[in-house]
Design a protein around this ligand. Structure first.
Ligand code: GDP
Length: 545
C-alpha cells in the first residue's frame, strides 16, 4: 500500500470520501431555456437559499445570484461564469455557471474544461437550439457525461418522443428518459419514474415556485392515482412506457459515463415539477472528479500531491475592492490556505493566501478544499488562463487546455491620448484575463491596438469595462478580418511582412509575445496565402501552445 502523507491527521479513507462526494458540473443551454431558473431551484432544494426569486432584484428582473457585473444587470445577460457550491444528500455540489449569450462561447468553453459532467437544458417547445448545439459539441469532445433536462413542461411543447428523435438526429446522442411526463400539453400533472416504476403527481403550486413542491406518489395501477389522472391519460401513459421499455435504448451506465447516452428528465424549473427528482437522480449517476491528462501522464484525483489549473481570471468583481481573482479547479491532493505551490509557467513558488469560495451569493475565505472544488485566488497579476499549479516535488503541466482563435477584430485606441497609460494598463489586464486577444499592427505606431475576440459582445464588454474600471473612453473601428493565422517559416526563421508573399492581402500583426500573425478576410484569401507561401507553416493558435 502506498504511504499517505497529508499534513493533518486525515486518513486516506476520509480523503477519498471527500473526493467521492463531489459533483462538479455546468449547465449548458440556449439563452432563455431556463438555466438561471433551474440553478436557483437547485439552490432552493439544496437549502442554500430559502425563497427562489428572492435573490433576484425587483428592479432588474433577470439579475440572479450568478450575475456579478453591472453590465450583466443592465443587459440582463450573464457575461461571466460564476461558481456556486452547496450540499445535498451527502454530496458537495459545485455548479459552474456559464454565460448563455452566444458571443461568450470562449469563456464558456473554458469553463467546460473544469467540469466533470454537464446538464443540458432544452426548452420543451423549442427543442435543440443553436447555442446548445455548440456547447454540446465541446462536452462531447471531452467525453463527459451529459444529462438532459427538458424544461417548461407547464407549457405547450413538443411530444417527448419527438424531442428524443431530435436530440439523436441533431446532436448525435441517444437518450434514456429517466422519467416520463404525464398529462396533456401544457397541463402536465407529474411524472412517471422509470427506475422506481412509480407515478409522482404534483400538488397544486400555491407558492408560485418559490418553495419546494409537494407531491403524491403511487403505482401506475393505484386506484387513487388512476382517479387523479383519468382513465385516458393512464392508458396513454401505460402505452408510452411499454414502448420505451421494449423499443427504447437500454439503460447503460457505461455509455452514460462516456457521454454516449444521455439520461433525460422532464420537468419545469419555474413551477418546480421534477426538479428534486432530477437533482437526486443526477447525484447518483454523475461522476465524482475524474483523472486529468498532463505532461506527466494521467493525474488521479486521489493522488496526495496537490494540483490545479486556472480556467478563468476575472478582475474587479467587486468594484469596491479592485480585486482580481484567478479561478482554479483542483485536480488532486488537498488544498490548504496559505500553502505554497509550484507555478509551472513562471517556474516559481506561489503562496496561496486568501482563497475564496462561493456559497450562493456570498463569498467566504476557505481553509481547505478538495479535488473537484473551485477556488478563487487573489491574483497579483501572475496567473494566466490554463496555468498549472502543482507540488514542487512533482512538477508537470496540464496538457490539453484549449486556445480559441479570434474571429472578430477591431482597432482600438484611447479617445483622450492623455489617458494612454490607463488604457494600456486596462487593456493588458483584460487580455491577461482572457477577455480579448491583443495584437499590434506591424509598422504602426503604439497608440492603437488590434483587438481580437470570438464574438461581438466582447467588444461591448471591453468598452464598458475600460470606461468603468479604468476611466478610459475608447475609439473602436471594426476590421473586416475573420481569420487569424500564426506564421512560422519551415526552416525556423522568422516570417516578416517583407518575406511573406501577399502580405497586403491581409493585415500583418504581432501578438503580445511578438509572434507574427496574419489576419485575412476569409478562408479563400487564406488559401491564396497558403498556396503562395509553401515555405511557411500557418497555425490557427500560437504554435507553442
Ligand atoms: P436562461 O436565459 O437560460 O438563464 O433562462 P431563465 O432562467 O432566465 O428563464 C428564461 C425565461 O423562461 C424566464 O422568463 C423564466 O421565468 C422562464 N422559465 C424558466 N423556467 C420555466 C418553466 O419551467 N416554465 C415556464 N413557463 N417558464 C419558465
Amino acid at each position: 500500500m502506498r504511504t499517505f502523507s497529508l499534513e493533518d491527521v486525515m486518513s486516506v479513507e476520509e480523503f477519498n470520501n471527500e473526493i467521492q462526494k463531489r459533483r462538479t458540473f455546468a449547465i449548458i443551454s440556449h439563452p432563455d431555456a431556463g438555466k438561471t431558473t433551474l440553478t436557483e431551484k437547485l439552490l432552493l432544494y439544496g437549502g442554500a437559499i430559502h425563497l427562489a426569486g428572492s435573490i433576484k432584484s425587483r428592479k432588474t428582473q433577470r439579475h440572479a445570484v450568478s450575475d456579478w457585473m453591472e453590465i450583466e444587470k443592465q443587459r440582463g445577460i450573464s457575461v461571466t461564469s460564476s461558481v456556486l457550491q452547496f450540499d445535498y444528500d451527502g454530496c458537495r455540489i459545485n455548479i459552474l455557471d456559464t454565460p448563455g449569450h452566444q458571443d461568450f462561447s470562449e469563456d464558456t468553453y473554458r469553463t467546460l474544461m473544469a467540469v466533470d459532467s454537464a446538464v443540458m437544458i432544452i426548452d420543451v417547445a423549442k427543442g435543440v437550439e443553436a447555442q446548445t448545439k455548440k456547447l454540446f459539441k465541446v462536452c462531447k469532445q471531452r467525453n463527459i457525461p451529459i444529462f438532459t433536462f427538458v424544461n417548461k413542461l407547464d407549457r405547450y411543447g413538443k411530444e417527448p418522443l419527438e424531442l428524443m428523435e431530435e436530440i439523436e438526429s441533431v446532436l448525435g446522442i441517444r437518450s434514456y428518459p429517466m422519467n416520463w411526463p404525464i398529462g396533456i400539453d401544457g397541463k402536465y400533472k407529474g411524472v412517471y419514474d422509470r427506475q422506481k416504476r412509480q407515478i409522482e403527481l404534483f400538488d397544486e403550486d400555491a407558492t408560485h415556485g418559490q418553495k419546494e413542491r409537494t407531491s403524491v406518489t403511487g403505482d401506475i395501477t393505484d386506484p387513487q392515482i388512476a382517479e387523479l389522472l383519468g382513465v385516458t391519460a393512464q392508458q396513454a401513459l401505460a402505452e408510452d412506457i411499454e414502448l420505451l421499455d421494449t423499443a427504447g435504448e437500454a439503460f447503460d451506465l457505461d455509455k452514460i459515463a462516456h457521454g454516449e447516452l444521455t439520461p433525460m428528465f422532464f420537468g419545469s424549473a419555474m413551477t418546480n415539477f421534477g426538479v428534486q427528482n432530477f437533482l437526486e437522480e443526477y447525484l447518483k449517476l454523475a461522476p465524482p472528479p475524474a483523472p486529468r491528462n498532463s505532461s506527466a501522464g494521467l493525474i488521479l484525483p486521489d493522488n496526495e500531491n496537490f494540483s490545479a489549473f486556472v480556467f478563468k481570471i476575472q478582475a474587479n468583481m467587486n468594484p469596491a475592492h479592485r480585486d482580481r481573482l484567478a479561478f482554479i479547479r483542483i485536480c488532486s491532493g488537498k488544498f490548504e490556505r496559505g500553502m505554497s505551490v509550484y507555478h509551472h509557467k513562471t517556474n516559481k513558488m506561489i503562496k496561496l493566501s486568501q482563497p475564496q469560495q462561493f456559497l450562493a451569493q456570498e463569498r467566504q475565505i476557505i481553509d481547505v478544499a478538495y479535488p473537484g472544488d473551485i477556488v478563487g485566488l487573489f491574483d497579483p497579476g501572475v496567473f494566466g488562463i490554463g496555468d498549472t499549479l502543482c507540488d514542487a516535488g512533482h512538477k508537470f503541466d496540464f496538457a490539453d487546455f484549449p486556445v480559441f482563435p479570434p474571429e472578430k477584430f477591431a482597432r482600438v485606441q484611447a479617445k483622450d491620448t492623455m489617458k494612454r497609460k490607463q488604457f494600456v494598463k486596462g487593456i493588458t489586464q483584460l487580455t491577461q484575463e482572457g477577455a480579448v486577444q491583443l495584437f499590434q499592427q506591424a509598422g504602426a505606431g503604439m497608440e492603437s491596438y488590434i483587438v481580437g475576440t470570438v464574438g461581438n459582445l466582447q467588444f461591448e464588454v471591453l468598452e464598458y469595462r475600460l470606461k468603468n474600471e479604468y476611466g478610459v473612453d475608447i475609439l473602436m473601428q471594426m476590421q473586416h478580418y475573420e481569420v487569424a493565422r500564426w506564421l512560422v517559416n519551415k526552416d525556423g526563421s522568422e516570417v516578416t511582412p517583407e518575406s511573406l508573399r501577399g502580405t497586403d492581402r491581409g493585415m500583418f500583426v504581432y501578438d503580445m509575445k511578438q509572434r507574427p500573425v496574419l489576419l485575412v478576410n476569409n478562408e479563400w484569401a487564406l488559401g491564396w496565402i497558403v498556396d503562395n507561401n509553401p515555405d511557411v507553416d500557418l497555425f490557427h493558435v500560437p504554435p507553442d501552445k
